[in-house]
Design a protein around this ligand. Structure first.
Ligand code: DGJ
Length: 719
């Protein structure tokens, strides 16, 4: 039984995989956190108040209480999990547990993406019901523990059960005290073209916060934060990771209390969020996914990978190999006609690609990024036969046909904007801030949602489209919806995201066979919320293979290879100017959903042949890279050699991938130890070298890397 309730000790013990998470209802009916760590083997913990208070202190007991739901106004001085302002303007809440129940499986969350179960046996859910007698606020804290992995999810459902309006001023999805302070913080920091660099800083005094206020999860920080032992590494040590299934602004923090103990939190960013609850109304927080690992960072990542690949992603493509694609962006940008596209597509088919994707520039009068977003009608000067005509010809070549959209946007120079100037996010009487010469449609408005669903659906119905790249290329300004009353203006960002989710649910469920890939100037919205609707995301606009090592390594901290778009582009690379051999470019891209961003016809003949062989190899390996356990072995942030590996479920096949960048002269050959394979089995490479599993595990394999931009991809199979 993954959730055990002990009425005498008043504890709930949630156990799964190697993890337990324990809650307690104290004598005053407060919900306290007792434990999150290695599996306890049953309900063995009790609460002793003196363990949590000092002998003598100036501080209020609540400020150091291991509260599971810190609230505002009664002595908790950090960001509250639940902050409420009542009709008189007072911000005080006192939540008491009223009851609790244990449910099989996992309920969905209204209007929000969330991980799910397919069978009830996969997980149990604990619902704890609390209320605030004075305001009438009712809170349901939902905890699901997955039996196999031990991942715990949490979200809060707030309902106004009183008779006057309440305003939610703060809403965290998880806030967990870790009764220790000697820890490091991990987060994924970045920028456009250098997303998700793994950062590690000591958890010190005060508060460490990462935020997005952009209205998207953003390039700068990812909705993820972890604490780990100071000596934890990829393979050993304890890690506590929080990931938020949400695509908008967020806050994640680590706050150290007066005893030096850390509390880790994740949820809505109160700087750009508040929500009015009229009597009877509810709001649900996004879901936090909490993963504990006693086996270092790889252990945490592998749990996230399986959960996000198998129980967050949905639909037809979830369990299928993704097609090798060729995207027109870097080979054609805005400058193409049908003849040029067909020539690229024919070459793509010759090298074995399966899907041709027409990127930006096919609609309205768009020949640069200064117009036409919102006018989703084909530019017949470029494509005289329309999209249906092009799609038919691409299908005739033997390729599937994919199309780029940026449906959330509008260009000031567009028919849509001229017809509906009020549909964008804007503030009365103020200039509308443009970025990339575009404005954002106000997706909190039902008529805007309807417009997007019908415009995109019409094209998907009429044009033979097999794949959609859903892009979003700027962040929010003037994010105060024109249709909301003053007291609700700060709801705009969250209402936008809820509107976006409504739109995505409508479109993806109406076109279940279409493969959707999300994108936001590359990886500016690479988050679990988007992965619920679209099983893959364009990882970064940076296609340089050297930079990609860091980007893909960092992304893998939370996200599976099956979620990452990874393409081979032309050299010199358009983002960095670097020239990397085709072999290494291909060897890096095979670590994700493989594709090209170049015109194969422009490659010299020997490289065209090389590309063809590369695609054949990708097709042979893509089941393994999609479903295998991913191991980070050597970090690109730590030295000149990067290595990772994919190990099959039965541990009998392993794909080792290693890369060398700026090697140090006169250095010893690099040896890397494999992980997760069988010690008592012999493994054979494709050129018949045999290795004992134990030797690969404990002594390692010497990497035959020579010089700069070299790569080594080696398939080993149990012999
Ligand atoms: C940003 C994306 O990340 C690129 O891949 C490309 O689709 C451009 N937008 C097109 O405008």
């Amino acid at each position: 039984m993954p959730v055990e309730m002990n009425p005498s000790s008043r504890t709930w013990t949630l156990s799964g995989g190697n993890t337990s998470y324990v809650l307690h209802r104290d004598e005053q009916d407060r919900l306290l956190h007792l434990y999150w760590g290695p599996r306890l083997g049953g309900d063995v913990l009790t609460y002793n108040p003196s363990d949590y208070s000092s002998f003598a202190s100036f501080d209020l007991p609540v400020s150091v209480l291991p509260s599971e739901l810190p609230v505002c106004g009664t002595g908790w001085f950090g960001t509250p999990a639940v902050g409420i302002r009542d009709a008189r303007g007072d911000e005080v809440v006192c939540l008491k547990v009223v009851s609790a129940e244990i449910l099989s499986g996992k309920p969905g969350l209204p209007g929000l993406p969330a991980v799910y179960t397919e069978k009830d046996e996969e997980a149990d859910t604990l619902a704890v019901y609390l209320d605030d007698a004075v305001s009438g606020l009712q809170v349901t804290a939902l905890y699901t523990v997955f039996s196999c992995s031990g991942a715990v999810t949490r979200s809060l459902l707030l309902k106004n059960g009183g008779s006057e309006p309440l305003t939610v001023t703060s809403l965290l999805s998880a806030s967990v005290p870790i009764w220790r302070g000697d820890l490091d913080i991990l987060h994924l920091n970045g920028a456009w073209a250098r997303e998700r660099r793994l950062m590690r800083v000591p958890a010190g005094e005060g508060e460490f916060r990462i935020v997005s206020a952009r209205g998207a999860s953003g390039h700068e920080e990812n909705p993820f934060l972890a604490l780990c032992d100071r000596n934890a590494d990829e393979f050993s040590g304890q890690v506590w990771g929080l990931s938020l299934v949400y695509s908008g602004s967020f806050l994640a923090s680590c706050r150290t209390d007066i005893f030096g103990h850390a509390r880790i939190s994740i949820g809505m960013n109160p700087d750009v969020f508040s929500w009015q609850l009229d009597p009877g109304e509810s709001i649900c927080s996004p879901e936090a996914v909490m993963v504990y690992s006693a086996e270092g960072l790889n252990g945490m990542s592998q749990t996230f990978h399986r959960l996000y690949r198998d129980r967050l992603a949905r639909g037809f493509w979830r369990d299928r190999s993704r097609p090798v694609l060729l995207n027109s962006w870097e080979s054609a940008y805005f400058y193409f006609d049908e003849k040029k596209l067909l020539a690229i597509a024919e070459k793509a088919a010759e090298i074995g690609a399966e899907l041709f994707v027409l990127d930006d520039g096919w609609f309205g009068k768009r020949n640069s990024d200064n117009c036409s977003l919102g006018d989703w009608t084909v530019n017949t000067e470029k494509l005289p036969g329309g999209l249906a005509g092009l799609s038919e010809k691409i299908h005739g070549i033997g390729l599937k046909f994919g199309l780029w959209f940026e449906p959330e946007m509008v260009s000031p120079d567009s028919n849509l904007y001229r017809a509906h100037p009020d549909w964008c996010l804007h503030v009365y009487n103020r200039p509308r801030t443009e970025a990339r010469q575009q404005l954002i449609l106000d997706l909190s408005r039902p008529e805007v949602q309807e417009y997007i669903v019908s415009a995109v659906s019409a094209l998907l119905t009429s044009s033979g489209i097999d794949y959609v790249k859903w892009d979003m290329n700027r962040n929010m300004t003037e994010a105060f919806s024109a249709i909301l009353p003053p007291e609700r203006k700060k709801e705009t960002q969250h209402r936008y995201i809820l509107g976006l989710y409504r739109v995505l649910e409508a479109i993806t469920s109406a076109f279940p066979d279409v493969l959707f890939e999300s994108c936001s100037g590359g990886g500016g919205r690479f988050d679990p919320g988007m992965l619920y609707y679209m099983p893959q995301t364009w990882t970064s606009d940076d296609t340089d293979a050297v930079e990609r090592l860091k980007i893909q390594y960092g992304t893998s901290i939370v996200y599976p290879a099956s979620a990452m778009g990874a393409h081979v582009s032309a050299v010199p690379n358009h983002q960095t100017g670097r020239t990397v051999p085709l072999k290494m470019r291909g060897d890096v891209a095979l670590g994700g959903n493989f594709g090209f961003e170049l015109d194969p016809g422009k490659l010299p003949p020997d490289e065209q042949e090389e590309a063809k062989q590369m695609v054949a190899r990708v097709k042979a390996l893509r089941d393994l890279t999609r479903t295998g356990t991913f191991w980070r072995l050597l970090s690109p942030f730590a030295g000149p050699v990067t290595a990772w590996a994919f190990v099959s479920e039965d541990r009998r096949t392993v794909l080792l991938c290693a890369y060398s960048v700026l090697p140090v002269p006169n250095s010893a050959p690099v040896r890397v130890r494999l992980r997760g394979i069988l010690p008592d089995t012999w493994y054979k490479t494709e050129d018949d070298c045999r290795f004992a599993g134990a030797a690969l595990l404990y002594q390692g394999i010497t990497l035959p890397l020579r010089g700069d931009f070299d790569s080594f991809v080696c398939l080993l199979k149990a012999d």
